[in-house]
Design a protein around this ligand. Sequence first.
Ligand code: PLP
Length: 375
Amino acid sequence: MDAMTPVYLDHNASVPVRPHVAEAMAAALAQPGNPSSVHGFGRAARRRVEDAREQVAALVGAAPDRVVFTSGGTEANALALRGCGRRRVLVSAIEHDSVLKAVDEPEVIAVDGRGVVDLSDLKGLLEAEDEPALVSVMLANNETGIIQPVAEAARLAHQYGALVHCDAVQAAGKTRVSLDALGVDFLTLSAHKIGGPQGVGALVMADDALDLSPLLAGGGQERGRRSGTENVSGIVGFGVAARDAICERLAILELRDELERRALALAPDARVVGSGQDRLPNTTCLLLPGVGAQVQVMALDLAGVAVSAGSACSSGKVKASRVLRAMGFSPELSACAIRVSLGWNSAADDVERFLDAWRGVVARAREKGPAASAA
Ligand code: PLP
């Protein structure tokens, strides 16, 4: 690879569109038709949507009629949390903002120092009130990749009459996700995290009889659960991405482990957050004490390597990681972690480029001494 070609190591923010996806979307865009129209063009568009629904359902082992297409993970999370009819909502402290901010004043379930949701805290919250709740626990954290005990949380929550939602946006495509094995009532997916287009997602329901009030009223699409003309080409792309997301897990895991081993050799005081935990195979949360995440991200960007600091926030600003804070890291350390996330098109060269650039970051920080900024 040309040393000037930028390297993309930010798959948890958005996965590059898979070639098959782009082809299928271009073909769909070339066809007219509203899936609700009764003529042949409309019926063909409907078929494309329903084929994709089967592909997305298959990714998580669900029946196709349980898939509600949305404009993305954010909307699917809001639909579950606001539409489920429960006033009491419990969410883990490390959820994505689209869960944490979906309802006013959710109750927050603590996580432990390993970055894992504290089930005894969940039990205490469930016991504290009689009103049945909705519990939302993500399957894999977007910053650390740490896998959460969702099936256990669901079993526990159901004993207290709660409904359970799982944001599986980061886990899907990187690890096996089964709606049945998780035992949750609602599951969120997002196309652009599995190599599909941005702006499409789905809420998958375990049971068609579950109440779900729509956020958007209108033409009654998606069996009344989400009105608005379907994003046909986006949904087609989502379907193809779901089909192709047969985990590139092993190859990615080897690359990721190599990256971590060599990064820690370059900077022995650095650490990989969650290294002893069950984690996504593509994600490294790398903490370099004394060197702010913003400094690292910018220096890497100048060297042509794109990573991020925690989750990408719409302002583009880098803040101390809320997830690391919830794990008990100090504010200073929480501001010094970057996220490197690999994907289907990552190669050994990308890892070399990252290590070369990061070696420079470490060397400059060491020259400045321990006071190197944590800005
Ligand atoms: N949930 C998680 C865990 C995420 O990482 C993201 C995106 O970063 C979302 C939800 C939001 O998904 P979307 O970008 O499709 O709205």
